[in-house]
Write a protein that binds this ligand. Structure first.
Ligand SMILES: C[S@@+](CC[C@H](N)C(=O)[O-])C[C@H]1O[C@@H](n2cnc3c(N)ncnc32)[C@H](O)[C@@H]1O
Length: 183
């Protein structure tokens, strides 16, 4: 485990996941997720049949919504074994779609595939080098695809903040996006 992601090592050695949500009322949970997607300009119907790569699903609560939108391929990456296990268990309900949860540090994740949507929600706090990390994960965006990384409001950053909406700050590291889209 690299020093720069020591907090992921902390989760692993203590067998914990930092994420817990009350999703007993799944309809309400899905409504909240839909509101987030729409406020980003991301139509839920866009996801059907598309390929999605998600970094840092935590324990998979929010991933349930993404899976419910029926992406054609859905891969997820998290470095915390407990979170990976809980995400796999939650997503087992969607075994009809192509879902794969990888246990890997973001920095070490490699695949030849590229994805229509790369999603990395709440993954930047505590990262010692958020911009190189965003640059790495943007490598997996397919031509014409998109990457979104919504972060909690309190996340301090020198990145360019573009939109503040519903308590969530949407970060656009413009250089990264522009260079990736022009490649
Ligand atoms: C705050 S949680 C966000 C969970 C979920 N996306 C959400 O919004 O509820 C961040 C997740 O990213 C994972 N993570 C953070 N940095 C990582 C890294 N460098 N490599 C692998 N996993 C990492 C953590 O294990 C954790 O599950």
């Amino acid at each position: 485990m690299q020093d720069k992601v020591a907090f992921v090592g902390f989760y692993e050695s203590n067998h914990i996941s930092p994420v817990s949500q009350d999703i007993v009322d799944l309809n309400k949970h899905f409504q909240r997720r839909e509101s987030l997607f729409r406020s980003l300009g991301l139509l839920p119907a866009f996801i059907a049949g598309k390929s999605v790569l998600e970094f840092g699903p935590g324990s998979g609560h929010n991933a349930l919504y993404m899976a419910s939108l029926k992406p054609g391929r859905y891969e997820l990456v998290d470095g915390n074994p407990k979170g990976v296990q809980e995400t796999r268990e939650r997503l087992a309900a969607y075994s009809d779609s192509q879902v794969e949860v990888h246990q890997s540090l973001f920095e070490e994740f490699q695949t030849d595939a590229q994805f229509d949507l790369v999603w990395a929600e709440g993954c930047l706090p505590h990262q010692s080098e958020p911009l190189p990390l965003l640059d790495h994960i943007s490598l997996f965006v397919a031509r014409g695809g998109d990457m979104w990384s919504p972060q909690p409001m309190e996340f301090p950053t020198s990145l360019k903040l573009c939109v503040v909406c519903s308590g969530i700050v949407f970060l656009l590291p413009l250089e990264t996006f522009i260079s990736r889209r022009n490649n």
